[in-house]
Design a protein. Structure first.
Length: 263
């Protein structure tokens, strides 16, 4: 069955995320389309800053400060939007919440701009700017060092948060998910920042597209027993959902809206 242009782009971006380099020849074989079609796909993605063309294929722009966040923001947009919409139902007017620097939490922030009396603690610079410009929320940045690739603040932010009360609900994106180790990140700095925020949260929610389930992550930041709920899309396998529910975790599975291109 023919794969649409949107589906090809999503698969190309997923491959780049895992391997950092792809070839035209491999993509022609995978999608059973012409080399001209693949080159056109790659050219369009490069124009949007999502990859860099090289001879015979393309490479990831993860090393580029602006490109890394832009690529993740566009990746799986429909799934992230649906997940954010579901998670937003668990935030009430007047809540004190935490949002990490993930793109899924950025999408969650877009769903919260009309909430009244919110206090939001975040280490995400893009999320903080969005809420500052479009909402009346009180936004707290815990300080630290700017990590440009993720537009986040990392470092000894736990020193700022400790002893200042509890955050009612914390929402976290993740690089990988493990029933043995919990929520995982690939960057030690990123994991340390999320761990510090999660430590002062009463409830901890994981937000992720289903492709993250089998993704490798090295540094845990929320243990399985400390996870209160997971929000993901209907691509998650039944076994993973059953495993987490057996651990006492609420697993919310959403169905993204079908239809037009979102990237």
């Amino acid at each position: 069955m023919a794969v649409s242009e949107y589906e090809r782009e999503q698969q190309i971006l997923r491959q780049l995320e895992s391997s950092s380099r792809i070839s035209v020849a491999d993509l022609v074989s995978a999608f059973e389309v012409s080399a001209v079609t693949i080159r056109k796909d790659l050219d369009l993605l490069e124009q949007r800053g999502l990859l860099r063309r090289v001879r015979g294929g393309a490479v990831s722009v993860e090393s580029a400060d602006e490109g890394a966040f832009a690529l993740r923001l566009r990746h799986s947009r429909r799934e992230k939007t649906a997940i954010a919409t579901a998670a937003a139902k668990h935030v009430d007017d007047g809540d004190v919440i935490a949002l990490d620097s993930s793109t899924t939490c950025y999408y969650l922030a877009t769903q919260l701009v009309a909430r009244r009396g919110l206090v939001v603690v975040t280490n995400g610079l893009r999320t903080a700017m969005l809420l500052q410009e479009q909402s009346t929320a009180t936004v707290l940045l815990p300080g630290g060092v700017i990590r440009r690739a993720s537009s986040s603040l990392v470092g000894q932010i736990g020193d700022v948060l400790q002893g200042r009360g509890k955050i009612r609900k914390g929402f976290f994106g993740l690089r990988g998910l493990s029933s043995e180790h919990g929520m995982l990140e690939l960057s030690e700095d990123e994991a340390a920042a999320k761990r510090a925020i999660a430590k002062v949260c009463v409830q901890r929610y994981g937000l992720f597209d289903s492709g993250k389930v089998d993704r490798f992550g090295l540094y845990p930041f929320v243990a399985p027993e400390d996870v209160d709920a997971l929000f993901t899309d209907d691509g998650i396998d039944a076994e993973t959902a059953t495993t987490w529910r057996a651990l006492g975790v609420d697993v919310h599975i959403v169905v993204p809206e079908p239809g037009k291109r979102t990237a």
